[in-house]
Design a protein around this ligand. Structure first.
Ligand SMILES: N[C@@H](CCC[C@H](N)C(=O)O)C(=O)O
Length: 296
């Protein structure tokens, strides 16, 4: 029988959106989807909404590369806002850098992270992507309703077409569909989230956001995440919701976002500018895990 060596990991969270983080800067780490799902499993594994793998960069203009996998499915995804802040705390606590500003390659972009004096992390999340084919979203045959010149798209539940919602469509590198609700506490997140997530008009699925506007500078948000279900907070979801709310004329350029796990600040000066996200990142514990053998 072969014994596999234990693998060190760090458990972290950003507003209760939790992560297992592996350091692959010293030795390469290739985990199978089964192994990633095991790590993400809250009963049979460690438990995490997402798994983050920190690597050396591939190109010259970055300090690191980081990869993100949804814990429930093991699928690799493009972006994770809360994960980015945890990544910043991780590389500093592990002694991988002492810089206050770090440039990071993600699957489809490059982001810049800054450690603030108060311990929070600000992430330059790049410009939102609003071209529908790049989200990707298929609007063929649909008639959007315009508010403040921005589109709200009707979306019907394929299994019960009389059930309809209206969504703003935004990509932060990963896809988001944001709907406005009167009260996030009573919003049908568990019922509507799953069919929006898998709606055929989103060929790569979508994160489903439920946005309550409290004031022009304050919102409440819940997100049913693609490949994870509802999480206590979603950083890219917060960015997408604020971008949507600004475009639709509901919000100002700086907005505090209340999630079930805590608060984030999102800033966006409009088309052509980057979205900035500021919030906490927490290390919970460190440990070692023996992974099940990768199936061939
Ligand atoms: N929790 C994240 C988003 C993680 C990825 C998402 N589930 C997806 O599939 O796009 C965040 O804080 O942004």
């Amino acid at each position: 029988m072969t014994t596999r060596p234990p693998l060190p990991f760090t458990k972290m969270h950003g507003l209760g959106n939790d992560f297992v983080v592996f350091d692959a800067t010293r030795a390469p780490l290739a985990l199978s989807e089964d192994q990633l799902r095991f790590v993400g499993d809250r009963r049979f594994g460690i438990g995490a909404d997402q798994i983050l793998v920190v690597e050396r960069p591939q190109g010259p203009d970055a300090d690191f590369r980081y990869r993100i996998f949804n814990g429930a499915t093991g699928e690799e995804v493009e972006h994770c806002g809360n994960g980015a802040r945890c990544f910043m705390r991780f590389v500093r606590e592990q002694g991988l850098t002492d810089r206050d500003e770090v440039r990071v390659e993600t699957m489809n972009n490059r982001i810049v992270l800054r450690m603030q004096a108060d311990g929070r992390v600000t992430v330059d999340m790049n410009q939102p992507i609003l071209e529908l084919e790049r989200v990707p979203f298929d609007p063929s045959g649909l008639q959007p309703r315009l508010e403040n010149g921005a589109e709200l798209w009707p979306l019907a539940n394929p299994a019960a077409p009389q059930e309809q919602v209206e969504v703003a469509v935004v990509s932060m590198g990963n896809p988001h569909a944001v709907q406005r609700v009167d009260d996030v506490d009573t919003a049908p997140v568990a019922q509507v989230g799953p069919w929006v997530e898998s709606h055929p008009r989103f060929p790569r699925k979508v994160n489903a956001g439920f946005l309550q506007v409290v004031a022009r500078d304050r919102v409440r948000l819940r997100v049913f995440e693609r490949g994870a279900g509802e999480t206590l907070a979603c950083g890219t979801g917060a960015c997408a919701a604020v971008v949507a709310g600004i475009r639709l004329g509901w919000l100002d350029a700086r907005v505090d976002v209340e999630t079930r796990g805590g608060e984030l600040t999102i800033e966006w000066d409009g088309p052509g500018s980057s979205v900035r996200m500021t919030g906490p990142a927490v290390t919970v514990f460190q440990g070692e895990v023996v992974l099940p053998a990768a199936s061939c």
